[in-house]
Design a protein around this ligand. Structure first.
Ligand code: PMV
Length: 316
């Protein structure tokens, strides 16, 4: 079969979990939003008879088949080959401004962009549900037992309420939410953090289940606040969620220091975002306070600060 394109590019945004991380692995709902200020870009070009992959940010420039079979990029290509017909060997060029291992979805964004670029190279558009399912398979290589929230929010590129097993729904955001995201600069393994929570859950199931229920309550409060545009109530829900994550043992002194700095600078609320153990935190602010909160986070030692806004969505 002849292919209509010789070079194609696809992009995918980063993401952040607003509320509900960890508890989502145990069936509670969580809220996630795309972060459009950072993105993964995958360009694929036709290339003779062999696959090649270049990702300068991680010093990768190799024949795809020299990567281990379980390598996420190799797995993404193999799964896409099975999903689309007539995919020719390609040179995959990956560039991404999404920080790696920081809870911003870099792995899922690269997978989603790669699957879409390859499908386009073969002249086909895969339905979003198919892209999402392929990206979930690859997420398992990164995370072990992922809930599926990262690949879902990045595939659909809109705010979502996610529940493992039953899937996702659009999250209604009545008015724009100014966000400041700050990185501790400490990289953390999601897989190790999820394993740590599982060990605590096995050791003290009643206590940890009660924390998951408390997190679910904070998620419900955050969802209601987003639907009415009540940023003060949203901030309170996120502060509650952070306290529960501290009790779960996934915060760190560096994350707590950034959360405190954001609150002291006037943020409505702040919490760690993602698996914890390092990585990022987020703060909700008034639009006019965003720059001040960002400066306070830099002064408190943040390695990188992203100032962004979650756009309002259409009413359901
Ligand atoms: O660190 P992140 O943002 O990739 O997210 C991890 C979120 C967890 O709830 C801790 C795990 C998961 O698979 O949902």
């Amino acid at each position: 079969m002849s292919t209509p394109f010789t070079a194609v590019e696809a992009r995918a945004p980063g993401k952040i979990i607003l509320a509900g991380e960890h508890a989502v692995v145990y069936g509670r709902p969580a809220l996630a939003v795309p972060v459009f200020g950072v993105q993964a870009r995958v360009r694929v070009t036709r290339r003779g008879a062999q696959w090649w992959v270049t990702a300068p940010a991680v010093q990768l420039d190799a024949r795809l088949h020299d990567l281990p079979a379980e390598h996420p990029l190799r797995r993404a290509v193999v799964l896409t080959q099975a999903a689309v017909s007539g995919l020719p060997p390609a040179h995959v060029h990956i560039t991404s401004s999404i920080p790696v291992a920081a809870g911003l979805g870099s792995g899922a964004a690269v997978t989603v962009a790669l699957v879409r670029a390859l499908a386009a190279l073969a002249g086909q558009a895969l339905p979003a549900a198919r892209v999402n399912a392929l990206a979930y398979e690859v997420e398992k290589l990164y995370h072990g037992t992922p809930s599926g929230i990262d690949n879902t929010v990045i595939t659909y590129a809109r705010p979502i309420v996610y529940r493992k097993g039953t899937g996702w729904q659009p999250l209604f955001v009545a008015r724009p939410v100014p966000l400041v995201i700050a990185d501790t600069g400490q990289s953390a393994s999601t897989r190790a953090m999820v394993r740590g929570v599982r060990e605590r859950w096995q050791a003290a199931p009643a206590r940890v289940e009660a924390l998951f229920d408390a997190i679910a309550q904070a998620v419900a409060a955050a969802q209601a606040a987003l639907a009415t545009g009540d940023l003060a109530a949203l901030g309170q829900a996120l502060r509650d969620n952070h306290a529960h994550l501290q009790a779960l043992g996934v915060s760190t002194p560096a994350l707590d220091a950034l959360v405190d700095a954001a609150l002291a600078a006037g943020a409505y609320g702040a919490k760690l975002a993602g698996a914890g153990g390092g990585g990022n935190m987020l703060a909700i602010t008034r639009a006019e306070d965003q720059a001040r909160v960002a400066a306070a986070l830099r002064a408190a030692g943040a390695a990188r600060v992203i100032v962004t806004t979650v756009p309002a969505t259409e009413a359901p």
